[in-house]
Design a protein. Sequence first.
Length: 537
Amino acid sequence: MTEYGNIGSICTTLQCERGLSDKIAMRWVPVDGKSVDYSFSDLEQGSNRFANVLIALGVQPGDVFFTFLPKLPEQYFAFLGTLKSQVICGTLFSNFGEDALLDRLGDSGASGIITKKSFLRKISGIRDRLPSLRFILLVDADEDISDSVLSYRRLMNAASSEFNVRPTTPDTPSVLHYTSGSTGKPKGVLHRHGSVATQTATTRDILGLKADDIFWCTADPGWVTGTSYGIIGPWSLGITQVHYGGGYDAQAWIDLISRERISVWYTAPTALRMLMREEETIYERVHLSSLRAIFSVGEPLNPEVITWARRLLHHEIHDTWFQTETGAIMITNRPGLPIRPGSMGIPVEGIEAVILSDDGRPQPDGEQGNLCLKAGWPSMFVAYLNNESAYRSKFRDGWYHTGDTATRDGDGYFWFRGRSDDIINTAGHLVSPFEVESALLEMEEIAESGVIGAPDPILYEKVIAFVCLHKQFPFTRDLELKMRIHVSNMVSSIAAPQVIIPVDVVPKNKSGKIMRRVLKARYMGTDTGDISTLEDA
Ligand code: AMP
């Protein structure tokens, strides 16, 4: 019996029952080599096999399993199969380093992980601190490497392609993404199977996907856009998706859109700003006639990008705003709506958004305040794993506080103003200053560190580290490089500081908290404001 409440079944079994078994679900386009097509029937069988693999390994509903892979077809079978088995599926960015992995795998008590041989080193380095991690699956090993490092191919070949999904309710836990905080460890944002209702509705009504569309979402599955719109939304509607194995490459991207006849493209402002910097001739040689709509998410979309796209791509770019916690698009400059460049647009149907002051009063139009959403939409997160108090602190009087500041104009359009915390948004990825500071402090040369974000014309924000060295170590170019490599290896390459500034002291308040506001003002050459609480003020 088909289990229609389960995201894994909705994206596969239901589509086959709708007569789409032979329709291409995923065209996998590797950087080198030939593309491979997977039908909905292939997705159904592959995910069933994977669900059987997990069950045979003794994983129980409610346990946590992670994918830690670059974009590869196996990632999609594993994700959907994990959900079918009612195991919670966490996804990890392939560029995460050891500390980042340890925090996430440790906090969630993950039972297993799927990865590839070249990433194994990062997990082996922390494995003795992960008592719950019982097995590691390798997508590129023909044979098992040990009793607990197992060959995905061998297990999949031996598994049945039939699987009976157990009854799944809207509240059955589904997907887990870790999101960075400005203090403390990353928080595990837990979603539920019922989130598919908002993901399907927004894919249909906002992205406007129709049966014959070919959709390309550039986001990595390690990020909520990569799961909500790179997997769940489109496949829940039986839409063909292209998944490209490479990273940013202007010519390759433009050729891909043209060759694969992409009709709807979902990407991010940093990528668009990078495309804007390319020679205009690359757009002249190709026809982007298949494209119907372009969407963007993750960071503020500056008006220059919209003007550029109108001139060169002959398209509007429709901004969308959402967060890991919201699970789906909440505010958008949707097609059909007159675009106000620089604004995020208006709330999607069924979502109520307001601007509240710090003491919870609605702000008049044009006045900056906290962007809040009326709690209770289907894709709203259900927990920060193991952190009930942090979860509760996000809700006040029935409003979910997003942590963003914004204004609303008289016509109901929302304008992003910034974050109300110290989190850095670099190229659409939230980076925790705390995680970078902690990684730097692991180095013997560093006594203190303070990390901030500063404006960048391409990345929106770049990571700036202030470091105070122990007396015996001089600040050299080699040491700078060592710091970048260390943060890359421990946190992620995205978090590696672009600028490192040596200082005699890192300013702290009387309770020892790093005053990032002061560091930022110093870097920007602006007023440091009230520094009366500074340690040595
Ligand atoms: P994440 O939870 O990693 O998806 O990051 C969510 C955060 O990214 C939001 O809280 C915003 O700060 C930022 N963000 C996402 N979309 C937009 C957008 N369209 N405009 C401005 N900021 C955005």
